[in-house]
Design a protein around this ligand. Structure first.
Ligand code: ADP
Ligand code: ASP
Ligand code: MG
Length: 474
């Protein structure tokens, strides 16, 4: 009988230095005693940000920043490797691999600086270097403690479309490639260490799945291999009732449904990439969120049904990096298809629309997109509605970047009267001004827009109001 299969992902802080990698390797090697294990790793914490920052500088002609970065990455990874791997031949072979990857990075940075142009494709390759440096080191750390292991580049496994910076996987080809590459390794008793965050288009060009995308890599591979479960190891004890950095009294939720977790992720709970749960829905593969710094704790289990709680509200979340776009004017009632044209425009830009609110007279439509998409969206809308603006049918298309969305999430809110009343009463009492409000017909979340400065206050008020820090959050 084949052993059960687990896909485990370790995030940036969980592989942040040699001590963390050693701890993670220990978790993997214990699991590998009774199971087949595939590991997905992120870059060491902070590395992707630094890679991207240096790429932007290179495109402004600054070669120094990237040269300094490459050297500092060399030191950082070699230092960790020296602690993790005592066997010289093994260490030298990983060092050789690291040098190849760093040389590739250097060539890309130099090319970018020379052309003063950073193409989306080059940015993807540069962003991928952190994962590609980490995986061989992790595999060597496992070999050091007696577990058979090799690193595998996800470009061999995850086939995507060619949308750089946020590529979408192609399930059938990914299933076929992942099975044919990984199953023989697993059958031979190996633990493959796969680079998170990346894939490749059908013609072999490296793509990335979007920032924080290693969570998504884990579930893409889990679904492709029909894994029995997926564990996302991070730096907190599971999915909490709110972001603990903003609400210190937040508690771990022992079990939560796919839908609730997806709502939280969509509205900014960084603990999960927004698309993470998509691949596992058809087969209902359970996903665990656990703390690699406290592996004895169970964390959160994400399942089809979750576990219901009476009160309805399960967690809160907030997203800060957004902008509010408004389009309106007294004349827009008479303009055909304003809504259709607005959202065709955002779709063409692949701008994620996070919340929409419209007054019944159609005098004003407002919606939120992520901040990096705000200005391109407004420019495109001004083009689309140029005629209407010229004839003053549409009198404004504006953008406000100083806002945040707060969302109240829980499947049992459906059919529970009074949640909205309680939410808005508490906010009114605490003088939090609401800019826009939306509740989907699924009734699993109520979301609203506030001034960025009021976001944390709103979260704390509601966390207290719904007793999320006290009652068992199960
Ligand atoms: P990793 O590097 O492991 O992928 P991330 O930093 O991407 O980790 O995500 C984990 C972080 O998500 C936590 O440290 C926490 O601050 C933040 N977070 C935001 N909302 C939540 C939530 N509801 N539950 C748990 N963590 C949350
Ligand atoms: N290293 C990538 C990032 O920082 C992917 C990830 O951490 O999930 O976005
Ligand atoms: Mg993450």
């Amino acid at each position: 009988m084949t052993k059960p299969l687990q896909v485990m992902k370790f995030g940036g802080t969980s592989v942040g230095d040699a001590t963390c990698i050693a701890r993670a390797a220990q978790i993997v090697s214990s699991a590998a005693e009774g199971m087949r294990v595939v590991v997905v790793v992120s870059a060491m914490s902070g590395v992707t940000n630094r890679l991207i920052d240096a790429a932007k500088r290179a495109s402004d002609g600054d070669v120094e920043a990237s040269a300094t970065l490459v050297e500092s990455l060399r030191q950082q990874h070699r230092a960790a490797l020296a602690v993790l791997v005592s066997e010289e031949a093994s260490r030298l072979s990983v060092e050789h691999k690291l040098e190849e990857i760093l040389a590739e990075g250097k060539r890309l940075y130099d090319g970018t600086a020379m052309l003063r142009e950073l193409t989306p494709r080059a940015l993807d390759i540069i962003s991928s270097l952190g994962e590609r440096l980490c995986a061989p080191m992790f595999a060597a750390a496992l070999r050091q403690i007696g577990t058979l292991s090799h690193s595998v580049e996800a470009t061999q496994l995850i086939v995507t479309d060619s949308y750089h910076g946020g590529a979408e996987p192609r399930a059938d080809e990914t299933r076929q490639r992942s099975s044919s590459h990984l199953l023989p390794l697993l059958a031979a008793g190996e633990v493959p260490i796969v680079t998170g965050f990346i894939g490749a288009s059908q013609d072999g060009k490296l793509t990335t799945l979007g920032r924080g995308g290693s969570d998504y890599s884990a579930t893409i591979l889990g679904a492709a291999l029909n894994a029995d479960e997926i564990i996302i190891w991070t730096d907190v004890e599971g999915v909490l009732t709110a972001d603990p950095r903003l609400v210190p009294e937040a508690r771990t939720i022992p079990e939560i449904s796919y839908r609730e977790a997806a709502e939280l992720a969509y509205f900014g709970a960084k603990v999960l990439h927004p698309k993470t749960l998509r691949p596992v829905l058809p087969e209902s593969i359970p996903v665990w969120i656990r703390n690699s710094f406290a592996p004895e704790k169970l964390g959160t289990k994400i399942t089809q049904k979750g576990k219901s709680i009476g009160g309805g509200v399960k967690a809160l979340t907030a997203i800060r990096d957004v902008a509010l776009i408004s389009l309106g004017g007294p004349g827009i009632v008479g303009v055909p298809d304003v809504i259709g044209r607005t959202f065709t425009t955002t779709a063409e830009l692949r701008a994620d629309v996070l919340l929409i609110s419209q007054s019944s007279s159609q005098n004003d439509i407002c919606f939120l997109v992520s901040k990096p998409h705000a200005h391109v969206t407004v420019d495109a809308l001004r083009k689309e509605f140029a005629q209407d603006l010229a004839h003053e049918v549409v009198d404004h298309i504006t953008v406000d970047p100083n806002v945040a969305i707060v969302a109240v999430v829980g499947e049992n809110m459906r059919g529970t009267p009074g949640v909205a009343g309680k939410t808005f009463n508490a906010l009114g009492r605490e003088k939090v001004n609401l800019i826009a409000i939306a509740q989907g017909s699924s009734e699993t979340n109520i979301s609203f827009v506030v001034d960025e400065k009021s976001m944390q206050h709103a979260l704390r008020v509601l966390h207290r109001e719904f007793g999320l820090g006290q009652s068992p959050a199960s």
